[in-house]
Design a protein around this ligand. Structure first.
Ligand SMILES: NC(=O)c1ccc[n+]([C@@H]2O[C@H](COP(=O)([O-])OP(=O)(O)OC[C@H]3O[C@@H](n4cnc5c(N)ncnc54)[C@H](O)[C@@H]3O)[C@@H](O)[C@H]2O)c1
Length: 261
């Protein structure tokens, strides 16, 4: 919901996983637009620090997305202030990299619990307090569009997030609430840093991306900003790729040298 051109003054935004990466960048763009931002996470120290960096419109709350009680407490607080909720960004998540044969049952359940059930609980809790005109943006993944070896548990959770997004879009349209998914490719955050997450040969992996670079958290947040606001007022149930072209198709070396014009 946008109250004035380029402004979100008077709107309330709840972001999960806001202490870091994509969630932290989303908090930044909404704060810039003047929204009241509830930045939530389980990492209380990093979350408080991130909220403090972003100014007085942003405040931190502890919210473990796998806890129905935490969701109830935070959404009750928002509605008790009489604000209602306008935007929910479900960004909390994590990944594990292992073949199915090497993924333990606990690890598989943990992926579904955090990435998929966390998103389900968020949609359920937020839709109860969200005002008409509201928008829910779920951070899915390129790996929830293209199956990827060694990302079975993560991919299953993110394919599921896309399914939930579409079902919620159908069910909440009558309430005036739009629900969309953003599918980032390789974004420069702690999830992809350190461990050779995307590939054992990081340089070769980056060369395989049509745009030949990783994206930044702010490049994802800009798409979330669009989906949250009135400029996307007829968009619901969509998956928007933010992946430098990776899911567009297969890129051969010759194609990269074609000159245009
Ligand atoms: N970085 C990428 O390349 C990439 C690509 C595709 C999708 N994604 C998705 O984007 C989202 C954000 O990832 P990121 O790259 O910003 O990672 P990140 O590690 O920077 O941020 C994830 C945040 O989630 C929080 N978190 C973990 N468990 C939680 C829980 N139970 N409840 C609440 N918060 C919890 C962490 O503390 C952290 O602050 C995730 O859903 C991820 O799957 C990331």
């Amino acid at each position: 919901m946008t109250t004035a051109e380029g402004s979100m003054v008077g709107t309330t935004v709840l972001i999960t996983g806001g202490a870091s990466g994509i969630g932290g960048a989303c908090a930044q763009v909404f704060a810039e637009d003047g929204a009241t931002v509830y930045l939530t996470d389980v990492d209380d120290e990093a979350g408080t620090r991130r909220a403090d960096e972003l100014g007085t419109r942003v405040s931190y709350r502890h919210l473990d997305v796998t806890s129905e009680l935490d969701w109830a407490e935070v959404t009750a607080e928002i509605s008790s202030r009489g604000d209602g909720l306008d935007v929910l960004v479900n960004s909390a998540g994590a990944a594990i990299k292992a073949t199915l044969a090497h993924t333990t049952l606990d690890q598989f359940r943990r992926m579904l619990d955090l990435n998929l059930i966390g998103t389900f609980l968020g949609i359920k809790a937020a839709s109860g307090v969200m005002r008409s005109g509201g928008s829910i943006v779920n951070i899915a993944s390129l790996r929830g569009v293209l199956a990827t070896a060694e990302l079975g548990a993560y991919g299953a959770s993110k394919f599921g997030v896309r399914a939930l997004t579409k079902v919620a879009a159908l069910e909440l349209a009558d309430n005036g609430i739009r629900v969309n998914a953003v599918c980032p490719g390789s974004i420069d955050t702690p999830i992809t840093a350190g461990a050779d997450f995307d590939s054992d040969d990081v340089e070769a992996y980056v060369r395989s991306i049509p745009m030949q670079r990783r994206g930044s958290p702010l490049e994802v947040a800009e798409v979330v900003r669009f989906l949250a606001g009135d400029k996307s007022s007829y968009v619901t149930g969509a998956d928007i790729m933010v992946d430098g072209g990776t899911a567009a198709g297969v890129r051969t070396p010759k194609v990269s040298k074609v000159s245009v014009g």
